[in-house]
Design a protein around this ligand. Structure first.
Ligand code: FA5
Length: 320
């Protein structure tokens, strides 16, 4: 019997009520002597027991074979996990972000944060850019279709820079303030070798007594050497931001000698201190905002910022 079906057929044929052995039992009456009947009856019973045992044994064997076949067919091939699994690592931007935090925490700064969805007031107004200020146009703002309580339509934005964290920090704590605020920012910029529509900045804010432009320049120089290396060159170039006065742009030199702009900085404008609830007669401060993505490509000699977001493992695996 090669299958359970065969076993069932044989069971019916030999062991069933209408089977051959039962048929022999019925013929016992035709035997003459009692002794013959007894002997034949015993022989038939013995044969029935033997047939039952054989059928049972074959049923067990076939069931075991069926289980083994099923287990084999359901077996999971785990061989691809054998060996040393590949270890992942932080993204290049995250690595730069964490390194920047380390450098600034080492210089005595605390890490602060703010929301990515901001009010127009924190993102522009409190930073000395009232409605209609021409500088607003330089930030290609993405608006959120949401009206905050007490706000008007169009007054909720995806923050265009990390500078609103300056305002939130000033409103939340008294000077002295020494914070950095890394985070994600959004602009309607077309991607190219140095621009992404979603990118990262790190804001810095110091508010204390007698803070001067020399403190700002010294901090940026110390930061440049700590982040990039002792022999990297940087420069401050006079510039304009509504929220700082005077303002400067911070550039760093690439290995090929060309300069790339990393961020803006300056002395916190008195109007901004006032919006933050701080008396500009008593305190002064400086602020900066650098592009983290640009720092990452500069440090690693990556030619195009878009490479970092293409999710090509051949690229990312080089920066473990
Ligand atoms: C600002 O965003 C100011 N909030 C910086 C600032 C802070 C000035 C505090 C003074 C005081 P700006 O728009 O220049 O400035 O952007 C700052 C840096 O972000 C740029 O120098 C650049 O490194 C980076 N950046 C700007 N746009 C992009 C972009 N589309 N993709 C990648 N990085 C960008």
């Amino acid at each position: 019997a090669a299958s359970p079906g065969d076993v069932a057929t044989l069971t019916a044929r030999y062991a069933g009520k209408k089977g051959e052995l039962s048929g022999l039992k019925k013929q016992l009456g035709s035997l003459e002597s009692i002794d013959d009947k007894k002997a034949a009856g015993a022989a038939i019973n013995e044969a029935m027991a033997a047939v039952d045992a054989a059928l049972d044994a074959q049923r067990t064997t076939l069931a075991a074979a069926a289980t083994a076949a099923r287990v084999e067919s359901e077996r999971l091939d785990l061989t691809e996990y054998v060996g040393k699994p590949a270890r992942g690592h932080a993204h290049l931007v995250t690595q730069a972000w964490e390194r920047l935090e380390d450098v600034f925490v080492g210089m005595g700064f605390r890490v602060a944060e703010g929301p990515e969805v901001e009010t127009d007031w924190h993102n522009f107004e409190a930073l000395n850019m009232g409605a209609g200020h021409p500088a607003r146009g330089e930030f290609d703002t993405l608006f959120v279709d949401h009206v905050a309580p007490g706000g008007t339509s169009g007054s909720t934005v995806l923050r265009t820079h990390t500078s609103p964290v300056q305002i939130r920090t000033m409103l939340a704590q008294e000077p002295p303030i020494y914070i950095v605020a890394p985070g994600r920012v959004f602009r309607r910029d077309t991607p190219d070798a140095t621009h992404m529509p979603v990118f990262h900045q790190i804001e810095g804010l110091v508010v204390d007594r007698d803070i001067s432009m020399a403190d700002l320049a010294g901090t940026i120089d110390a930061f440049t050497k700590a982040f990039f290396g002792q022999n990297w060159n940087s420069r401050l170039r006079p510039s304009y931001f509504p929220f700082t006065e005077p303002s400067a742009e911070f550039d760093i030199q690439r290995p090929d000698g060309s300069w790339i702009e990393l961020g803006g900085c300056g002395m916190v404008h008195p109007n901004v201190l006032t919006a933050g609830g701080i008396d500009p007669e008593e305190f002064s401060g400086f602020a900066f905002g650098f592009g983290i993505d640009r720092m990452a490509i500069m440090r690693h000699g990556v030619a195009d910022i878009r490479e970092m977001f293409a999710d090509d493992l051949r690229f990312t695996e080089q920066f473990s």
